[in-house]
Design a protein around this ligand. Structure first.
Ligand SMILES: Cc1cc2nc3c(=O)[nH]c(=O)nc-3n(C[C@H](O)[C@H](O)[C@H](O)COP(=O)(O)OP(=O)(O)OC[C@H]3O[C@@H](n4cnc5c(N)ncnc54)[C@H](O)[C@@H]3O)c2cc1C
Length: 59
């Protein structure tokens, strides 16, 4: 089961830029797993946004 979850984490949200999945199904199915997956998704979102938000033009 853990192998399947690890595979899903690597493949499931490919091809949809700006989509970050979280929830127990992304980690060990428990409250702890759900929280860790949410923290990881937030980190991925921050990294994505820092690369994809246009920088303001210098005046
Ligand atoms: C009886 C039971 C006992 C448990 N005991 C423990 C325990 O002791 N310790 C432990 O660590 N874990 C326990 N768990 C597991 C734990 O509850 C889950 O792993 C955890 O709640 C998962 O969190 P989650 O946010 O991923 O999903 P969820 O808590 O299931 O949250 C998903 C949310 O999405 C909502 N939703 C679903 N579909 C849609 C939709 N289409 N549109 C909008 N909203 C939607 C749902 O209503 C729900 O509020 C238990 C689970 C059960 C069922």
């Amino acid at each position: 089961m853990m192998k399947k979850i690890a595979h899903m984490r690597q493949t499931e949200n490919q091809g949809c830029r700006g989509l970050f999945l979280a929830g127990e199904y992304m980690r060990v199915p428990s409250v702890n797993g759900a929280v860790v997956s949410g923290i990881d998704a937030a980190k991925e979102a921050i990294a994505y946004l820092s690369e994809n938000i246009p920088k303001p033009k210098a005046s």
